[in-house]
Design a protein around this ligand. Structure first.
Ligand code: ADP
Ligand code: MG
Length: 269
């Protein structure tokens, strides 16, 4: 990655949408796996107390000794919490349900919005040579998501191809604007990706048309189809790219990774 406008170190992307079940975790895991397949070194930060990204990447609860929670509370350093996963080149900072109380516990901390930012800017991150950090956000616009947006260079928004998909997007955009005005003026929108797209369903097509006419270039050309292999993969604790490498879901996430790299190369040029 050679973006001259960006200081050395990984590109940090927050995967956010305050709606649950839209494909945030699935996109974090599989975009991460697709980028690592391309040879990039990836760190996934699980910032959701549900810990689905940790489970989906094969890290059992009993193996999550240090987590995002201790990292945010400044009890440990980044290098004490990064775990390898079964996907080559893809590491994880796991989360447990402990994180659910962080939102309130951190309120009295005057650096409360900057804790993840500070943790990810530690020297330790350079040791691993990560190219990308992908932050899997909780389904809320709470302090955790704000921490992700303050730490990140950009926000990637998964949008489920169903009725009401665009509702709530204005609230998300407002939060991004607020973060820009206060803590992180350079925060960009990486793009909006349509997930669980069903080509046989008129509604999916309609949501896509709406999204493209309202949001234009922000919407990735790549759409992620609804694909049963994608939903099965987490129960085998691996990305769909290893669970069924020839599936439509795996192909779509490879295409998304390639498109993201093309967009970033264009920005850097
Ligand atoms: P979020 O993190 O936004 O809550 P998830 O990534 O957990 O959403 O996805 C919600 C559910 O939808 C999960 O059960 C997941 O397996 C399923 N899912 C996500 N993307 C797809 C897809 N492309 N095809 C089929 N199922 C999907
Ligand atoms: Mg999730």
């Amino acid at each position: 990655m050679s973006d001259p406008t960006r200081p050395a170190g990984p590109k940090i992307i927050a995967i956010a949408n305050q709606k649950g079940g839209v494909g945030k975790t699935t996109t974090t895991i599989n975009l991460g796996a697709a980028l690592s397949e391309m040879g990039f070194k990836i760190l996934v930060v699980d910032l959701d107390p549900q810990g689905n990204a940790s489970t989906g990447l094969g890290i059992e609860v009993e193996d999550r000794e240090n987590t995002t929670y201790e990292l945010l509370l400044e009890e440990i350093e980044l290098d004490e919490v990064v775990l390898p996963t079964s996907t080559n080149g893809l590491h994880l900072v796991p989360a447990t349900v402990d994180l659910s109380s962080a939102d309130i516990e951190l309120l009295s901390n005057e650096k409360r919005s900057f804790l993840l930012h500070d943790a990810l800017r530690q020297k330790a991150i350079d040791l691993y040579g990560f190219d990308f950090v992908l932050i899997d956000c909780p389904p809320s616009l709470n302090l955790l998501t704000v921490n992700a947006m303050v730490a990140a260079h950009s926000v990637l928004v998964p949008l489920q191809s169903e009725f009401f998909a665009l509702e709530g997007l204005s609230q998300l955009m407002m939060t991004i604007r607020e973060v820009r005005q206060t803590a992180n003026p350079d925060l960009r929108i990486e793009g909006i990706v349509l997930t669980m797209y069903d080509a046989r369903n008129n509604l999916s097509q309609q949501v896509e048309d709406d999204a493209r006419s309202n949001l234009g270039e922000l919407v990735f050309s790549t759409v992620i189809p609804r694909n049963v292999r994608v939903s099965e993969a987490p129960s085998y604790a691996v990305p769909v790219l290893s669970y069924d490498t020839n599936s439509k879901g795996a192909a779509a996430y490879r295409a998304l990774a390639a498109e993201l790299i093309r967009k970033n190369d264009k920005l850097a040029a």
